[in-house]
Design a protein around this ligand. Structure first.
Ligand code: SAM
Ligand code: SF4
Length: 456
């Protein structure tokens, strides 16, 4: 039974939005290291550029939130923040080759759509004047429906945005009230209809399960309402309760959180409802319609993953992040800007760059990253193929990822994988616990595995 399988494999482990994961980043990384990394990235792959803009502001804080965000202290903070971001764009772009194309732009936060539109406009204009943006670039914003008006949607489209991700979280007003979240400015179905009529290519809905007052039955209602709106993509996030990181989450304990058994019921009910309604599981709580680019990429084994979530190999590039806490994911180096907004602004104004943590990958780690990415996204690992591509023998590749076929016997008995002719294929069932399979190919897995959240 699927439920027994999920319980069996519900162990702590990384989510592998990067390899090695962000907890490997060291503080021994300075703005000048980022400058060197930026220069080197011009000669590395992929050649295309993904830009990420982080807006760490929300007018009202949801008690469950695990993102890097806060209420802005005053209007001057917003001015100073976006002013710094414009400087960061000039500084970073001055080190990148003008021949390289931007294929993806992603705005996240916080709530980018809660700030005055002129800030979004000035950053976008700067991007267009300093970079060469591909005609087919994917340009997306994570939006909270609480601050989204038809006019705002229209303006985003006019500026070139072609995807919107809507943080619905739950349609149940009582749940939203319990977590201190404002409901949508106008009904979600009208918001989606406006997004479609303005000509956006795609819309995504985020839901979250594991919040106070949620149970299998009322979460199923939320999922059904979301399905009725036919978003191209839908994510059901498992609520991560980490009150030692975000003390506001403690407030939710007073309401009482659903048990882990009830959480599992919500996950499974959502999964079955979505699959029975024609959605395909992309992996790790992500679903998409059969004609969506992500589903097509998954079918063609061309799916990719970065800190912003799943993407296609066609649109993704090396990721250059702007704003506080932004993580740049370059071929050889990861680096993260200061999480403190005031420190970010100060560093940009005084030094020009704000990286404070980072990591340089060894050659072996680049190979392991490729292996883990193929497993996590495309459910496959073909040693012969990889050997041809990297010019490294199968034997050495296996050593690099500490490959041990014996670690697979339990997965094979549970029908999660098939391993033959040096090729690992993961079944649809196996993709439900793919993180556990990837962990067996990670020789760097931290000794203290409890640092990570559980699989579900
Ligand atoms: C940057 S946030 C949200 C964008 C926007 N501010 C909103 O709330 O609609 C992206 C997503 O992270 C998810 N999220 C936030 N806190 C979480 C937590 N503690 N555990 C799991 N998912 C979380 C939410 O589902 C949210 O839609
Ligand atoms: S609006 Fe989004 S980013 Fe802001 S506190 Fe709520 S979940 Fe977090």
């Amino acid at each position: 039974m699927l439920k027994d399988l999920l319980i069996k494999y519900n162990k702590p482990g990384p989510r592998y939005t990067s390899y090695p994961p962000a907890n490997f980043f060291t503080k021994n990384f300075k703005p000048e290291d980022y400058v060197e990394a930026l220069k080197s990235s011009n000669n590395e792959k992929p050649d295309s550029i993904s830009l990420y803009f982080h807006v760490p502001f929300c007018p009202k804080m949801c008690h469950f939130c695990g993102c890097n965000t806060a209420k802005p202290d005053n209007k001057n903070t917003l001015e100073a923040y976006f002013d710094a971001m414009l400087k960061e764009i000039s500084n970073v772009s001055s080190l990148l080759s003008k021949k390289r194309k931007v294929t993806q732009i992603h705005w996240g936060g916080g709530t980018p759509n809660s700030v005055a539109f002129r800030f979004i406009e000035s950053v976008t204009e700067k991007v267009y004047s300093f970079f060469s943006v591909s005609e087919n670039a994917e340009i997306a914003m994570e939006c909270s429906p609480a601050y989204l008006s038809h006019t705002y949607i229209k303006k985003l489209r006019k500026l070139g945005f072609n995807r919107i991700s809507l943080g619905v979280q739950d349609f149940n007003e009582n749940v939203l009230k319990a977590v201190n979240r404002s409901g949508p400015k106008y009904p979600i179905e009208e918001i989606i209809s406006d997004i479609r009529s303005e000509g956006f290519d795609g819309v995504n809905i985020d839901l979250i399960y594991g919040l106070p007052l949620q149970n299998r039955d009322n979460f199923l209602n939320t999922v059904k309402k979301a399905i009725k709106l036919r978003p191209d993509r839908l994510v059901t996030f498992s609520y991560a309760h980490v009150p030692w990181v975000n003390s506001a989450q403690k407030i939710l304990e007073d309401f009482g959180l659903p048990s882990s058994d009830e959480k599992l019921n919500m996950l499974l009910t959502a999964y079955h409802e979505l699959i029975n309604s024609g959605y395909e599981a992309i992996g790790m709580d992500h679903y998409a319609l059969p004609n969506d680019n992500l589903t097509i990429a998954k079918r063609e084994k061309l799916l990719h993953r970065n800190f912003q979530g799943y993407c296609t190999k066609e649109t993704t590039g090396q990721v250059y992040a702007f704003g506080s806490s932004g993580i740049s994911q370059l071929y050889s180096t990861y680096s993260q800007n200061s999480k403190k907004t005031s420190e970010y602004i100060r560093l940009i104004n005084e030094v020009g760059y704000a990286a404070v943590r980072g990591y340089s990958l060894s050659d072996n780690e680049k190979i392991i990253r490729q292996i883990i990415n193929e497993v996590m996204c495309n459910g496959v690992l073909d040693f012969n193929e990889l050997s041809k591509e990297t010019d490294i023998s199968v034997e050495i590749l296996k050593k690099i990822c500490n490959f041990d076929k014996n670690k697979f016997s339990e997965f094979e008995q549970d029908n999660l994988i098939d391993y033959s002719d040096e090729k690992l294929n993961i079944s649809d069932l196996g993709m439900m616990v793919v993180r556990n399979i990837a962990m067996t190919l990670d020789p760097n897995l931290a000794e203290n595995i409890n640092l990570y959240s559980k699989t579900i």
